[in-house]
Every structure is written in structure tokens, then in C-alpha cells.
Design a protein. Structure first.
Length: 249
């Protein structure tokens, strides 16, 4: 056990922030930590857009489903899968890179690079005593988000990261038990054990909500997931990504 592991294990999403902006030094340090993340084949296939302007943050909060903490955060980082930079590289070097950039493989590289960078940024922020929350809601309307942030072709805004000084203590949600997540040597084949482990996790989650809400809410995890997945959302995504010139082959 060390301070880094303690920071990782103490993670929880923060949705209430003090009215206190991050300093330019904090912002730079968080971005530099993001850049220190591993990157496939040195591609660095992502970009980060920082948003300070209150009106822009307010509009992004609306587009993300009226999530007020997007507007109220100390700083907003938008993480993007970015192959536009590599399109420019092809022009600079006189090479035809289009087939590669349109491939599912390079699209996956950009997604993974952005996610790794974002997690580094999140851990850096939390180690500084700040709180964070990932905001996937910006994908509700990527056309409007792209217009607002003037995002070029071959760039996809993936999620936002709100960062700021926590205004209140936030409960930590229980994660799926180690035994259900970790498979030794091969994927577990015992379906009955698989279901049994999920049922046990349901009890843990239900107890968590029961205590957190004084008995008002007793959701199970599988119940939440089934309700969410039975109502498909953001089904425009494939078309939007292809319009951006990505994931085409």
C-alpha cells in the first residue's frame, strides 16, 4: 500500500464543487500527466480541449443532459479521439495515410489513447486533492458539441472530465467483486456461478442504495443495467463517426 494506490482505491465521482477555478499551473500539470500515459505506437492519437468560459460550459451542461456540475466545475476538460493530426502528417510527409486513418484499428487506437490519457489526468487531479467526474453525456449530441468547440474532421469528442474542489463528501459505490472481474488463464465457463456472483453483487448494491437514501431506493445492479440496455440511446453514433471519416474499414 502506498499513496498512489490509496488515491486509486479512494476514487468516487464528485458532482458538487466549490466556486473556485483551477489555476493555470494546475491545468498544465494535469494535462502533462495525461500526456505521460502510454500510447499505442507513439501515435498520441487524442486531444484535450479545456473550457473555462462560463457560457460555453453552460451550453455543454445543457447538451450533456442539463448536468449542472458540468457548468459549476473548477475546470472542464474535453477528451477527443484525434486522427486529424495524423491526416496533417500525411500531407506534410507526402504519404497516403487515408486507408489507415479510416480503419477500425486506428479508431480503436485513438479511443484507447484518449481513455488512458484521461485516467492519468483523473488520478493526477485526485492526488492534488481535487474531485473529478467523467461526463459521457456530451455524446448525446455530438453534432452540436463539435460545432460549439469547432472540432475538425477525424476528431470525435468522447467524454468530458469535470475537475474541481469537492464541496461535499461523496459516497463510494461498491464495485463488482474481484472474483467476478478477474478470470485466471481463461474466461470462466460456469454460468451458474456467474449468475450467483451477480446475485450476490446485487445484494451489496441494494444495501448501498438503501443506506444512502434511508430506504427510498433499493436498486440492484443487474436491474439498472437491464433497464438501461433495453432502451437504446445515442444510436446515431455509427453514422456520426463515419461522417467524421473514421471507422470506415
Amino acid at each position: 500500500m502506498n499513496d498512489i494506490i490509496k488515491t486509486i482505491l479512494n476514487h468516487r465521482s464528485v458532482r458538487h464543487f466549490e466556486d473556485r477555478p483551477l489555476t493555470d499551473e494546475q491545468i498544465r500539470l494535469i494535462v502533462e500527466c495525461a500526456q505521460a500515459a502510454s500510447t499505442s505506437s507513439y501515435m498520441q492519437a487524442y486531444s484535450i480541449i479545456g473550457v473555462k468560459n462560463i457560457q460555453t460550459k453552460k451550453k455543454l451542461a445543457e447538451l450533456a443532459g442539463n448536468q449542472a456540475y458540468v457548468e459549476k466545475s473548477g475546470h472542464l476538460f474535453i477528451f477527443c479521439a484525434d486522427l486529424h493530426r495524423h491526416e496533417v502528417i500525411g500531407e506534410m510527409e507526402g504519404k497516403n495515410v487515408e486507408d489507415s486513418l479510416r480503419s477500425t484499428e486506428k479508431f480503436m487506437v485513438a479511443l484507447i489513447d484518449a481513455a488512458l490519457a484521461a485516467q492519468n489526468a483523473a488520478l493526477a487531479a485526485e492526488s492534488m486533492g481535487l474531485g473529478i467526474c467523467y461526463i459521457g453525456g456530451i455524446r448525446n449530441n455530438l453534432e452540436e458539441v463539435s460545432k460549439l468547440l469547432k472540432i475538425p474532421n477525424k476528431v470525435i469528442p468522447l467524454f468530458a472530465l469535470t475537475v474541481g474542489y469537492p464541496a461535499k463528501e461523496t459516497a463510494k459505490k461498491p464495485r463488482i467483486p474481484f472474483e467476478h472481474i478477474y478470470h485466471e488463464e481463461e474466461y470462466k465457463q460456469d454460468q451458474e456461478a456467474y449468475v450467483r456472483e451477480l446475485e450476490q453483487y446485487n445484494e451489496t448494491v441494494s444495501n448501498y442504495y438503501d443506506q444512502r437514501t434511508n430506504g427510498i431506493r433499493k436498486d440492484t445492479w443487474t436491474g439498472q443495467m437491464a433497464r438501461m440496455l433495453s432502451n437504446p440511446t445515442r444510436m446515431y453514433m455509427k453514422q456520426f463517426v463515419e461522417q467524421k471519416g473514421l471507422n470506415l474499414n
